[in-house]
Design a protein around this ligand. Sequence first.
Ligand SMILES: N[C@@H](CCC(=O)N[C@@H](CS)C(=O)NCC(=O)O)C(=O)O
Length: 242
Amino acid sequence: MRYELYYWPSIPGRGEFVRLACEFAHAPYADVARLPGGMARMQRILAERILKEQPYAPPFLKAGKQWIGQTANILLFLGERHDIAPKSAAGRLWTHQLQLTIADLVAEVHDIHHPIASSLYYEDQKREARRRAPYFVGERLPKYLRYFEGVLESHRSAYLVGKRTSYADLSMFQVIAGLRYAFPRAMARFARRHPRLDGLSERVAALPAIADYLRSPRRLAFNNDGIFRHYPELDARPKPRA
Ligand SMILES: N[C@@H](CCC(=O)N[C@@H](CS)C(=O)NCC(=O)O)C(=O)O
């Protein structure tokens, strides 16, 4: 079966977590909005609410007759179908929990450059973004990274889940790449401080299916329309604690 992925065509964004899972699993998929007429098709689905299980926002996936929305939910589905998550219920929940925590982090990254409203341009909320960024860089980012490094440490494993690659590892790789793009200054000492996460990221990048994908035109580069954006003024010094 060939999946249909619906996501904005010019940014990696949240769609990339789904792309990475499909690529790793060798699951055929069409990146619909990047095909001729595909963007109009996606927008029509969103605007006209023609589906019974209507997704709220991209990404969403069509699998046969089934439509699935929410990134973590799509990955839960793909994980089970393509053996990129454990088979046990407990293992699947744990993988899903990690993915939801990644989703929280991704939402916070987005809200740095859009602290007031997604509908406003960055330039219209730059002052608030500059105020918010040092708290993210100084407080939230280290807390998330320490958390994920701690997961690897306490599991005594190179993988977030069990002893082999799951979609959580693929997503973690993408988050680390995005953070490095957006916050090169804040991430400068990342590898030294988080050797296990750094190792995970290198290992995922070297997986043959992922390495092939990263070299292919299917892989979209990070850019300042996406979630991970590089604004030097937001790659700020952490706010000194009072
Ligand atoms: N929780 C959802 C968030 C989906 C989401 O925010 N999608 C963005 C693009 S990355 C969007 O198109 N949002 C439009 C909107 O929220 O109105 C997920 O993880 O899939």
